[in-house]
Design a protein around this ligand. Structure first.
Ligand SMILES: NC(=O)c1ccc[n+]([C@@H]2O[C@H](COP(=O)([O-])OP(=O)(O)OC[C@H]3O[C@@H](n4cnc5c(N)ncnc54)[C@H](OP(=O)(O)O)[C@@H]3O)[C@@H](O)[C@H]2O)c1
Length: 283
């Protein structure tokens, strides 16, 4: 038992939920935040089953709402205890072809994945600076390292987060704060179903894109069989938080590692033809 405290965003499902349980089992106190407290039941049940419910606090936090961010920052500072870790996990995807996504859809994607994450981090950094220690994890994605057809908005938001976070790391390291990127490949969570916000362009594709959308959907469904168990991401995050000198980035999952390796090894033309075929973009 080490009584360290971590705040996690998006703790109602997926990586956020599993990380909350994993850290609590390892002795952490967890401030599990979620945008809708009515969705706490899944985490509550999992925590009760694991015998760690008393180590988890539930708090409301929609990372796009400035008043809620200010409130949680006050609450954390008011506890009079250190905050050892912030896990920026909340996020979602706006799938759709780049030429069919609307400006409003693209902005909505950035409001959560980029601006929301940045705002939460900036709100909690003053406390960590006063303490002179802390870990800040930012969950991006393999889509923050390479493009993938059909997810330009998501990839753009995660690429932006990569640049911001990598820079923040240089600025915070001398102050004792460890800033780390976690880049998962494809894992079985709600991001592909409940939390995939279908764009108008995907629901009603124009004639030029219709056939490709159908093929792209079929390829995604095929790929779904290879999605991995998300517990490995939670374990990776817990390991980083317990490492006093973590690396700048952690790629998690075989498919993410394989994608980056193939892009670096294959001639560009070969790699592009392979990606186009794999995702149904051809023809
Ligand atoms: N699963 C993958 O294959 C994969 C791969 C790479 C990266 N990621 C990243 O991993 C992170 C977690 O996603 P996941 O896969 O665990 O998916 P998930 O099961 O859909 O979980 C996403 C979480 O984010 C929350 N959320 C969404 N918008 C929010 C907002 N405005 N404020 C606060 N919370 C918000 C959701 O809340 P609700 O329950 O209320 O919807 C949910 O708790 C995301 O950043 C995602 O981009 C996932």
């Amino acid at each position: 038992m080490h009584n360290k405290t971590a705040l996690i965003t998006g703790a109602s499902s997926g990586f956020g939920l599993l990380t909350s349980i994993t850290l609590a089992k390892r002795g952490w106190r967890v401030l599990a935040t979620m945008r809708d407290l009515n969705r706490r039941e899944k985490l509550e049940t999992a925590a009760r089953d694991a015998g760690v419910l008393d180590r988890i606090e539930f708090h409301a936090l929609d990372i796009t709402l400035a008043p809620q961010i200010a409130k949680i920052a006050d609450l954390v500072a008011g506890r009079g205890e250190p905050l050892h870790a912030l896990v920026n996990n909340a996020g979602f995807a706006v799938p759709g072809f780049a030429d069919a996504v609307t400006d409003a859809e693209l902005r909505e994607q950035f409001d959560t994945n980029f601006f929301g994450t940045v705002a939460v981090t900036r709100a909690l950094l003053p406390l960590m600076r006063r303490q002179g220690f802390g870990h800040v994890i930012v969950v991006t994605s393999i889509s923050g390292r390479m493009g993938y057809p059909g997810v330009s908005s998501y990839a753009a938001s995660k690429f932006a987060l990569e640049g911001w976070t990598e820079t923040l790391r240089f600025e915070m390291l001398p102050l004792g704060i460890q800033v780390v990127l976690v880049e998962p490949g494809s894992f079985e969570t709600d991001i592909w179903t409940r939390n995939a916000k279908q764009t108008a362009g995907l629901r009603n594709p124009d004639a030029a894109n219709a056939t490709r959308v159908t093929r792209w959907r079929a390829k995604l469904a095929e790929g779904a069989k290879n999605r991995a168990n998300p517990q490995v991401v939670a374990d990776t995050i817990a390991g980083i938080l317990e490492n006093p000198k973590p690396k700048v980035r952690y790629v998690v999952g075989k498919n993410a590692k394989m994608g980056l390796l193939m892009r670096s090894l294959l001639p560009q033309g070969v790699f592009e033809r392979m990606m186009i075929k794999m995702t149904g973009m051809d023809g």
